[in-house]
Design a protein around this ligand. Sequence first.
Ligand SMILES: Cc1cc2nc3c(=O)[nH]c(=O)nc-3n(C[C@H](O)[C@H](O)[C@H](O)COP(=O)(O)OP(=O)(O)OC[C@H]3O[C@@H](n4cnc5c(N)ncnc54)[C@H](O)[C@@H]3O)c2cc1C
Length: 426
Amino acid sequence: MSKSNAAAQAEGAIIVGGGIAGLAMAAALRNIAGVSNIKLLEASSENEFTNIRAGAAAQLGPNGLRALQFITSGDIVQKVIDMGGVLQGNVMMMPGGQSMVIPDTTQSDTGIPQVLVRWGMLRSVLAEQLPQGMILTGAESNVAGYKVSTQNDSEVSLIDATGNPLDMPSTPLIIGADGVKSTFRALVRKCTTNLAEDFDAAGGEDVTYGGRINVKAVVNKSLNEEYKSGHTYAAFAPDGSVAIFAGPAGDGLTYWAISIADSNDVTFLDDIPKGSDEKPEKKNLKEMLLAKLNTLNSDPYIKSVIDLIEQTPTDDVYFQKSQEAKGLGTHSLHSEDGRIVLAGDAAHAFSASYGQAANFALEDAATLAACIRDSENLKDALQDYSKMRLDRCIEMQARSAERAAKAMRGEQAEDVSKWIFQWEIA
Ligand SMILES: Cc1cc2nc3c(=O)[nH]c(=O)nc-3n(C[C@H](O)[C@H](O)[C@H](O)COP(=O)(O)OP(=O)(O)OC[C@H]3O[C@@H](n4cnc5c(N)ncnc54)[C@H](O)[C@@H]3O)c2cc1C
């Protein structure tokens, strides 16, 4: 593959974060822009990183699957569709046992389905695209900034809070794919090269909590026969304080998710004893969740989901706070000096109400790689990327927040799925 000047200038790129955004970016830069010398730093251990049961499920739709097709080689998209559960409809469970079926027309509208796929399996499919040695797990997570390399002034070195270089090669470009509380977004937002001692807090400064805890998992069990295959189910407590979802996540696998609203500054997680890592202990989390659901009415659907939760191994239970990065649009997605570019939740964390986080991470990877492929200059490529992504991400954040807020009040927001799905790589 002949390389653009921008791609040659990106040789030696370091990606920080091995979630969907970081892995997709590594695959895209290699396969589309022809950047071969990439290192991906992931804070979690090798064991955590290779756990295909990590997380719960990601929902991929036509936009994310088109991006995935663009950035990967081989028939990965079909593999992902085959390993997940293709969505054919949503069923709203009403109080009193009635239900309303809303067919999912995505496949007939676009030729591409929506699929729910085990999150850890999606991560492993992306990781398999990368050559051995590219991903460094157990990476130090104390990155606080960067400074011009003493050996080569066209490159920078990652530094810790005291300004000392980390034990990493220097790089012309750092891709911040370090999730919601991104250090790199804080560096871009603050127009600085070192967050110093402030680095831990600065990463979350612009993040707001949406007032809901989402507890979820995928379990090796199918929903009972009375539930329609290929359909997701949803029920809401009358006051909107609890939402209960379940759906297909692949052969014999079911996804469940419980969304719990906090009230009066007391969060559901606060009541759960913490382990030595200061995180809520999963055994207690599961018990508290079951206790909460058992206070709701004894509807057969809720009982089926309680059964799924009981059958879920404790370690497989995953929780996420609803969070968004509020400053989206007040800064671009790259630093002015052209050293940092943001991707995935690090670039644009928004509410999960449309299930678009993984799709947008894949779109970011496809877009940045195409910009680098097509530019004569790395700085121009980053500018084009920010321009191409910002408006869409700002709109998605607003629509997701609107949908989440209305759902809490039991109201329906305008469904913008058609706009979301029509994305194509330019
Ligand atoms: C273990 C896990 C399970 C998840 N499961 C689900 C799920 O089931 N459903 C769902 O909708 N979403 C899930 N998510 C979140 C979802 O992946 C994201 O919202 C979305 O896909 C965007 O991904 P991302 O790569 O931008 O961010 P993330 O998925 O948050 O990935 C960021 C990665 O960066 C790493 N990292 C952070 N700081 C550093 C550092 N300083 N140095 C090195 N590495 C660093 C983190 O360990 C993490 O792996 C999960 C995330 C994780 C990390």
